[in-house]
Design a protein around this ligand. Structure first.
Ligand code: ADP
Ligand code: MG
Length: 621
C-alpha cells in the first residue's frame, strides 16, 4: 500500500485554537487513547492512572454496560455476557466467528455476526463502540474539551469490511474519524522513522491473541507496507495457557470448571508478566474444591515451556521476508509492538535473528497509540515545534473528481478514503445530439475546477445522438493499492468505453498538498456561494441552449409578439448570466421559463402527432 508523505505548513495556531484530536489503538486485548500535549505524544490515563483499557464489555441485566477492567473482573462469573476480543468479529461472518473458541452465542446476520447477550443482540460494531465511547470520554475529561476527531488504528491486513466496521463503531461512539491508520505504520511514526534514512523496517507485533509481522519500506518520502504476515491465533494468551497447564499438572487437577479455568488463566498471566522482570514468580489461584493453590515457576522453566511459540513467530518473520524477496540483511531496523514483546526472550531472539538490537525505547503497548496521536494532531491542523512535520498517508491525500458544466467539481472519491477504492457515478450530455464527452479529472478540495489541480483529460467518443440529458454515461474512478488511479467512462446503451490511467498526487509537491488542504478549510463558505452562482449560470446556459434549439426547429409555432417576447427574455437572461448576481439570474431564468411555457406545450403536441403518424398504438407503448 502506498503511503504518501505530505508536509504541513509551518505555522503554529494560537494555543486556544488548538484542535483536540486523539489517536486510538483499538486493540484485541487492550485499547488506548493518546494525544499530543505541549508538543509531546502521551497516553491519556483514567482516574486510577491506568493507561490501558482492557477491550472488554460486559452487558448486565438492567441495561447497565461495564467497560474495561471491571468488566474483565466479572468475566469469570458471567462469560456469556462479557465480550472479550470483539475485534476478531469485526466485519466478519458466522463462519469466521466460529473459528475462535469462545463462550458466545452467535447469531447469523447479513454481513456480520451478532452476539446474544442479556441486553439483547449486539453487533461487534456496537460492542467496539462501547470501548471507543469510554476512550472518548476519558480523552475529553483529560483534555478538557470536545474532540474534533480521532485517528484509529487497524491491522494492516484488515479488509474493507473490517475497516468500515471500525469506522461505523467510531461514528456510533460519537467520534469523527480523521482517518484509519495501519498499526505498523503508526508504530513507525511513533519512532520517527518517517524522518529516518530510507530503508526497510520490520514491525513485530505480539499482542494478547494475535501476532502480526509487517515489512515497511521507506523510499523518497513514500512509506509502503510491502508485506504482512503473522498468525491471528497466536499471542500472549497462548503463553498464559502453557503456564496454566503447568499449574494444573503441578497440582494434579483434572478438568477445571470454566470459572476455575478463567481464574487460573488470569493468575498465569500475572505470573507471566512478573517473569518479564524477575527470575521466579508464583501462579496463585482459588480452585472451587481445593481452595487457594500456588505453583512456583522460574523464568528458565517458562522459556522452555513456551520456546516453540516464540519459534513460530520467528518462522513467520523469515517467511514474510522470503515472500517479499528480502533477506535479513535488507532490514534497516526492527520495531517491537505489543505487550508480549516485554518478555525479554522476544527481543533477544530478534536481536540474534537480525544481528541488531530492536527499537525498544517506547513502551511497546503504547507505541501504536502514540503514533496515531501524532498523526491525529497533524490532521487536525495543529503544529508541534518548528521543524517540518510529516504526514504519512496510505489513503487518498486529496479528493478526486470530474469537471462538470460551469467549471464545477463533482467529487467522486473523497480525501482520506483508504485505498484501494472504486466509485462510480452517472453523468449525462448537456447538448442536443452530443456525440462526444470531454472528461477532465481533477484533484483537490475546492468546489471550482480553477482552484483544483488538473490530473488528466480524455474523451469519450461515439455516443449515439440523443436529446440533452438523455444519454447515461457511467464514470468509474478506481484507485488501486499502489495509488494508481484509472478512470473509465462508459456509455450505457451501446457500451462504448474510454479510459485513462493517472497517478494521483505524483508530481504534486508536498507544499502544494498542504496548501490545497489549508485553502479548503478556510474557504468552505466562499466556495458555497461560488458554487451556487456557477450552478445558476449553468442552469441559465442550459435553458438558453434548449430555447435556441426549440426556436430553430419550431419557431413557426409562435406568432410575432410571442417570438419578440421570448427573444427579449433570452437577451436579459444572457445579460444576467454574465454577471455575478445569482438572484438576478434566478429571476431571469424564471421569466424565460414562463414565457416559453405555451411554446413548449405546442411543441409537445406537434412531437406527439409526428410520432403517432402512420403507427399503430401498440407500437408506441
Ligand atoms: P493487543 O494488541 O492484542 O490488544 P497488547 O499489545 O495489549 O495486545 O498485549 C497484551 C498482551 O501483552 C497480554 O497477553 C499481556 O499479558 C501481555 N503483556 C503485557 N505486559 C507484559 C509483560 N510485562 N510481560 C509479558 N507479557 C505482557
Ligand atoms: Mg495491538
Amino acid at each position: 500500500m502506498a503511503l504518501l508523505q505530505i508536509s504541513e505548513p509551518g505555522m503554529s495556531p494560537e494555543p486556544h485554537q488548538r484542535r483536540l484530536a486523539v489517536g486510538i489503538d483499538l486493540g484485541t486485548t487492550h485499547s488506548l487513547v493518546a494525544a499530543v500535549r505541549s508538543g509531546l505524544a502521551e497516553v491519556l490515563r483514567n482516574e486510577q492512572n491506568e493507561p490501558l483499557l482492557p477491550s472488554v464489555v460486559r452487558y448486565r441485566q438492567a441495561g447497565e454496560i461495564v467497560v474495561g477492567q471491571s468488566a474483565l473482573d466479572g468475566a469469570a462469573d458471567d462469560p456469556v455476557n462479557t465480550i472479550v476480543s470483539v475485534k476478531r468479529f469485526m466485519g466478519r461472518g458466522l463462519a469466521d466467528a466460529h473459528r475462535h473458541r469462545s463462550p458466545y452465542t452467535f447469531i447469523d446476520s447479513p454481513g456480520m455476526v451478532k452476539l446474544a447477550t442479556v441486553a439483547g443482540e449486539r453487533s461487534p460494531v456496537e460492542v467496539s463502540a462501547e470501548i471507543l465511547r469510554t476512550l472518548r470520554l476519558r480523552a475529553e475529561a483529560a483534555l478538557g474539551g470536545e474532540l474534533v476527531g480521532a485517528v484509529i488504528t487497524v491491522p494492516a491486513y484488515f479488509d474493507d469490511a473490517q475497516r468500515q466496521a471500525t469506522k461505523d463503531a467510531a461514528r456510533l461512539a460519537g467520534l469523527d474519524v480523521l482517518r484509519l491508520l495501519n498499526e505498523p505504520t503508526a508504530a513507525a511514526i511513533a519512532y520517527g522513522l518517517d524522518h529516518a534514512s530510507e530503508g526497510v523496517y520490520a514491525v513485530y507485533d505480539l499482542g494478547g491473541g494475535t501476532f502480526d509481522i509487517s515489512i515497511l519500506r521507506l523510499t523518497r518520502g513514500v512509506f509502503e507496507v510491502i508485506a504482512t504476515g503473522g498468525d491471528t491465533a497466536l499471542g500472549g494468551d497462548d503463553f498464559d495457557r502453557r503456564l496454566a497447564e503447568f499449574f494444573v499438572r503441578d497440582n494434579a487437577l483434572d478438568e477445571l470448571a470454566p470459572q476455575d479455568l478463567r481464574r487460573v488463566l488470569m493468575a498465569a498471566r500475572r505470573c507471566k508478566e512478573q517473569l518479564s522482570l524477575q527470575g521466579e514468580a508464583l501462579i496463585e489461584a482459588d480452585i472451587s474444591a481445593r481452595g487457594r493453590l500456588a505453583t512456583s515457576v522460574t523464568a528458565a522453566q517458562f522459556r522452555a515451556m513456551t520456546a516453540d511459540l516464540l519459534d513460530r513467530t520467528l518462522d513467520a518473520v523469515r517467511r514474510v521476508l522470503r515472500d517479499s524477496g528480502l533477506s535479513i540483511n535488507d532490514v534497516t531496523g526492527v520495531v517491537l509492538v505489543g505487550g508480549s514483546t516485554r518478555m525479554p526472550q522476544v527481543g533477544e531472539s530478534l536481536a540474534k535473528l537480525f544481528g541488531k538490537a530492536p527499537l525498544t525505547d517506547l513502551d511497546p503497548d503504547q507505541v501504536v497509540a502514540l503514533g496515531a496521536a501524532m498523526q491525529a494532531d497533524l490532521l487536525a491542523g495543529n503544529h508541534s515545534g518548528s521543524d517540518p512535520d510529516w504526514l504519512l498517508l496510505d489513503v487518498i491525500p486529496l479528493s478526486l473528481g470530474l469537471e462538470t458544466m460551469g467549471g464545477l467539481v463533482e467529487r467522486i472519491i473523497s480525501r482520506n478514503s483508504t485505498i484501494p477504492v472504486a466509485r462510480a457515478q452517472e453523468f449525462t450530455t448537456f447538448k442536443e445530439g452530443q456525440t462526444a464527452m470531454a472528461l477532465h479529472v481533477v484533484q483537490g478540495e475546492r468546489e471550482l475546477v480553477a482552484d483544483c489541480r488538473s490530473l488528466a483529460r480524455f474523451e469519450l467518443r461515439g455516443i449515439p445522438p440523443m436529446a440533452a440529458g438523455a444519454a447515461r454515461i457511467r464514470v468509474m474512478f478506481q484507485v488501486d493499492a499502489d495509488g494508481l488511479l484509472s478512470v473509465t467512462a462508459r456509455e450505457q446503451s451501446q457500451g462504448i468505453e474510454a479510459s485513462i490511467e493517472v497517478k494521483p498526487s505524483y508530481g504534486l509537491s508536498d507544499d502544494d498538498i498542504a496548501r490545497m488542504l489549508k485553502d479548503s478549510f478556510g474557504s468552505a463558505d466562499v466556495d458555497m456561494k461560488a458554487r451556487a452562482l456557477r450552478e445558476q449560470q449553468v442552469d441559465a446556459d442550459r435553458l438558453l441552449e434548449a430555447t435556441q434549439v426549440a426556436l430553430d426547429a419550431d419557431a413557426d409555432l409562435l406568432d410575432a409578439a410571442e417570438l419578440e417576447d421570448i427573444g427579449a427574455q433570452m437577451r436579459s437572461l444572457k445579460l444576467a448570466a454574465g454577471g455575478d448576481d445569482s438572484a438576478l439570474i434566478a429571476t431571469a431564468v424564471d421569466a424565460l421559463a414562463r414565457s416559453t411555457d405555451a411554446f413548449a406545450a405546442r411543441r409537445m403536441d406537434r412531437a406527439v402527432r409526428q410520432a403517432l403518424a402512420g403507427r399503430r398504438l401498440d407500437d408506441i407503448a
